[in-house]
Design a protein around this ligand. Structure first.
Ligand SMILES: [Zn+2]
Length: 354
């Protein structure tokens, strides 16, 4: 294995070495005798094996056994500072260029036992069922395609209308009157022919309408419109299949999203069961307000990208899902300060696995 130092800057400061890989954080390593600085300098000369690294250190006057050098490299790996040269790419120049930013993003999370190519590979092997390709779903599809998610199944039953153009950038004037899923699938194929995409033109009126689509999916994601019960239907279909669910929406300047990690977080049904019966002025009129919803582009794009980012957490495991069993609400009016409300857990939930 040839070891390579990730992009970083370092500087000796007294008996310490300061290392910068991310402007948000400076690593401080103890370095009384300057040997850690010598190690960074030796690695900075380019990819090398442990044995070659040992030789470079010796040439710099640092004489250590191969076991010591290997232990030092493993310590740097634990800090996320080095990686294996051959695992930095997907091994195909065309693909590497296509996924340049994706590979760069996951570089920060790469370790010897989980290289950056594996994170991107996880996305390329994933199958996401997208519920709704309207306001949030339109930008979600674009984000998932950009990440290189390998299979997309798109479900919707709307046709393209000119009113959609304010926030749904998958569609063109030539698409007016056509089923959205067909146009969305065409967009994906034109964007990246490597992505396998299926269009399902279907109304969803109960969990069973989703059963055949959820089976085999790694994740269900979308922006749901229709009755509030649509959240319960998607939740039941996903949780019964053991597939994570990520859903987002918007009202006015407000963005909300949540996810369900089946068997690990409470689900939407749990929360629904524990919710007080709506009786207030806002609850009684919420349905009317939804009709007048104004999903403009800047909001729709943010909802779709938040859903996609949470989806990426589930699909790659690069970090834990942040909205599992939690309603996260952000409002443009107060600068997107998150307001988090955890779901109420229900030990007797009829949907959650026992
Ligand atoms: Zn539940």
């Amino acid at each position: 294995m040839r070891i390579v130092l990730k992009e970083c800057a370092w500087e000796s400061s007294g008996e310490e070495l300061l290392v910068l890989t991310d402007p948000r954080e400076v690593l401080t390593l103890g370095d009384e005798d300057g040997q850690v600085a010598a190690l960074f300098a030796a690695l900075g000369d380019g990819p090398c094996t442990v044995s070659e690294l040992q030789g470079r250190l010796a040439a710099a006057g640092v004489h250590r056994g191969e076991g010591d050098v290997r232990a030092a490299v493993e310590a740097l790996d634990a800090l996320g500072l080095v990686e294996c040269e051959s695992d930095r790419t997907l091994g195909d120049p065309g693909l590497d260029d296509r996924h340049h930013s994706n590979l760069a993003f996951f570089g920060a999370f790469a370790r010897f036992d989980r290289p950056r190519s594996d994170f991107v590979g996880s996305l390329r092997r994933s199958h996401v069922l997208v519920l709704g390709v309207g306001g949030a779903g339109s930008s979600l599809v674009q984000c998932l395609a950009g990440l290189g998610v390998g299979r997309l199944t798109l479900v919707d039953r709307d046709d393209v209308e000119s009113r959609d153009f304010a926030g749904q950038f998958l569609y063109h004037h030539a698409d007016l009157g056509r089923p959205k899923v067909e146009c969305a699938a065409e967009w994906v194929r034109a964007y990246d022919p490597r992505i396998e995409v299926r269009a399902v033109d279907r109304w969803i009126t109960c969990p069973d309408d989703l059963k055949d689509l959820v089976d085999g999916a790694d994740l269900v994601a979308g922006g749901l419109d229709g009755p509030p019960e649509a959240h319960l239907w998607a939740n039941e279909a996903a949780v019964r299949a053991g597939v994570p669910l990520v859903v987002g929406g918007m009202t006015g300047s407000q963005i909300t999203y949540y996810s369900v990690d089946p068997g690990r977080s409470p689900c939407v049904q749990c929360d629904w069961n524990g919710r007080p019966t709506p009786g207030g002025f806002v609850e009684r009129n919420r349905a009317k307000l939804m009709i007048q919803n104004a999903p403009i582009g800047p909001l729709a794009m943010q909802v779709g990208s938040l859903i996609a980012y949470e989806a990426m957490r589930y699909l790659t495991g690069f970090e834990a899902p942040r909205a599992a069993g939690t309603f996260v609400k952000l409002d443009l009016r107060d600068g997107l300060v998150p307001d988090r409300r955890p779901f109420t857990a229900d030990p007797d939930c009829p949907v959650c696995p026992r």
